[in-house]
Design a protein around this ligand. Structure first.
Ligand code: CMP
Length: 139
C-alpha cells in the first residue's frame, strides 16, 4: 500500500542554517518516503497566495515576508496516516511548546520561523502539493 500523502516545506531560516540534511534525515527515519522535493524561492506575492487562508491574521504580512526571504525546500511525503503522523513529527507551531524529539524542538527558533510547514488536512495536502509540483515531479 502506498499510504497517504502530506506536504511540507523547509522554511528559509532552516535552509540558510544548513538543516536540510538534518530535517530530511528525521523525516526518512520516521518512515516517510520523499515523493517530490526541490529547492526554490517564493516571491512575496506567491507566499501570499500559498498562505491565503491566513490573510486576515495579524502575522500574515510578516509570514509572507519571511517565507519569501530566501530559498525553501518543498516536499511531498508519503506514509500511512501521513498528515497526522507528520504533524506529530514536527511538533507544536511554537517551538517553546514542541515536544522533545520533534523537528521544531530541534530546529525552530520562533513561532514565525518554525523550521517547517506541515499540511493540516488531506485536502490541503493535495492543494499545497499541486502549488509546487506537477504530476511528472511526483515519484
Ligand atoms: P505553518 O505551519 O507554516 O502555517 C502557518 C504559519 O503561520 C505557521 O506555520 C507559523 O510559522 C506562522 N504563525 C502562526 N502563528 C504566528 C504568530 N503568532 N506569529 C508569527 N507567525 C505565526
Amino acid at each position: 500500500m502506498a499510504g497517504s500523502r502530506t506536504f511540507t516545506m523547509i522554511k528559509p531560516k532552516a535552509v540558510k542554517n544548513q538543516h536540510i540534511g538534518g530535517i530530511t534525515a528525521m523525516i526518512e527515519a520516521a518512515g516517510f518516503k520523499i515523493v517530490a522535493m526541490k529547492k526554490t524561492q517564493l516571491s512575496a506575492e506567491q507566499a501570499g497566495l500559498f498562505y491565503e487562508v491566513h490573510k486576515e491574521r495579524p502575522f500574515y504580512g510578516e509570514l509572507c515576508e519571511f517565507m519569501s526571504s530566501g530559498p525553501i525546500v518543498p516536499m511531498i511525503l508519503e506514509k500511512e496516516n501521513a498528515v497526522a503522523d507528520f504533524r506529530k513529527l514536527i511538533g507544536a507551531t511554537d517551538p517553546a511548546e514542541a515536544e522533545e524529539g520533534t523537528i521544531r524542538k530541534k530546529y525552530a527558533t520562533s513561532k514565525g520561523e518554525n523550521a517547517v510547514h506541515g499540511s493540516d488536512s488531506d485536502e490541503n495536502a493535495t492543494l499545497e502539493a499541486s502549488f509546487f509540483f506537477s504530476a511528472l515531479e511526483q515519484y
